[in-house]
Design a protein around this ligand. Sequence first.
Ligand SMILES: Nc1ncnc2c1ncn2[C@@H]1O[C@H](COP(=O)(O)OP(=O)(O)O)[C@@H](O)[C@H]1O
Ligand SMILES: CC(C)(COP(=O)(O)O)[C@@H](O)C(=O)NCCC(=O)O
Ligand SMILES: [K+]
Length: 249
Amino acid sequence: MAEWLVFDAGNSRLKFGWWDGVRINRLGAVPWGSRWQEALDPAVGDEMAPGAVVIGGVSDPETLSVLGRIAKDRWGLEPLQVCTTVHACGVRNPYPEPAQLGVDRWAAVIAASWRAREQWHLVVDAGTAVTVDLVAPDGDFRGGAIFPGAGVLSDSLNRRTAGLPHLAPEFLPVPTQSTPDAIRAGIAHGLVGAILHLERSMLEEGGSVPCRWLTGGDAKLLAGHLPGDHQHAPGLVLEGLARIAEEAG
Ligand SMILES: Nc1ncnc2c1ncn2[C@@H]1O[C@H](COP(=O)(O)OP(=O)(O)O)[C@@H](O)[C@H]1O
Ligand SMILES: CC(C)(COP(=O)(O)O)[C@@H](O)C(=O)NCCC(=O)O
Ligand SMILES: [K+]
């Protein structure tokens, strides 16, 4: 099959990868901003024409429609737009208002469930927001939790205080003895603490030892500080979007 070009339009970055029917290959990302469209061309490359273009995302509708137009102009393809539904790929959406669930979360839990239908799964996506989601065997998605990601935490400290600087997270030893180190370490250790607490709390609901998946732009930052059984799966959302699009035919 001609590989499909799959886009995940997040709140911070436009991620993409090439779906060959089994896995996502050649992942890339461009940060949003005034020059994202110019950056997209060289990032995606022109070595091959996609068999289809799949778009899913939580960014604003205007951006999603611009991306759709690019797909049509560049590859002459009407993109397959993926939205959250009540059921897809054998997974049930527990939200009373199904469309309220972020399509990135929906796609990630579908990809996780597909990888091992008989297992429990915990899916951590560390992006602009961090999400932790629980899936029981046979696609019984139980829902999850949302909290601010590293960049949002630092932004809000900087904006809501009398001048704490905007800093990147860093796993410094705690306690720390300076403001910058207190912020860097507080965000890094705070994210891990929140993730571990949420996972522990969700597993109280039951579930033998789950598969733990870690994806998102901050996955690499966190990976070495979460228990070793978190499997880094950078293309998990893209994989789920591709599977949903395949099922929709
Ligand atoms: N090259 C990068 N550009 C921007 N953010 C990055 C990059 N690498 C890692 N990150 C981190 O990834 C986070 C965004 O993760 P991502 O999964 O792309 O977000 P989203 O899905 O919300 O768009 C940012 O908060 C930042 O900390
Ligand atoms: C929680 C999210 C903001 C995460 O998006 P991201 O950080 O990956 O850009 C996104 O999944 C979303 O907008 N969800 C809608 C609300 C919900 O899922 O309940
Ligand atoms: K995401």
